[in-house]
Write a protein of this length. Structure first.
Length: 67
């Protein structure tokens, strides 16, 4: 059985959530698959923080290359 490594992270923006996930996993962006679960929502008068962005970061699996 194959186990996939993934985490869910929240941030004020999608970019911030991705940055947090990469730091936590200690991986480069090219090694991770990002799935946006929810975009951030602005608060009253466009202020940040009403609802944070949420992403799922998963380790990319290496597939056999066919030549």
């Amino acid at each position: 059985m194959k186990r996939e490594i993934s985490i869910e992270v929240e941030g004020n923006t999608v970019a911030e959530a991705i940055k947090k996930a990469l730091a936590e996993l200690r991986l480069r962006r090219s090694q991770v698959k990002i799935e946006v679960l929810s975009e951030e929502e602005k608060g009253l008068f466009g202020m940040p923080g009403a609802k944070p962005a949420k992403i799922r970061a998963s380790l990319k699996t290496k597939e056999k290359e066919r030549t």
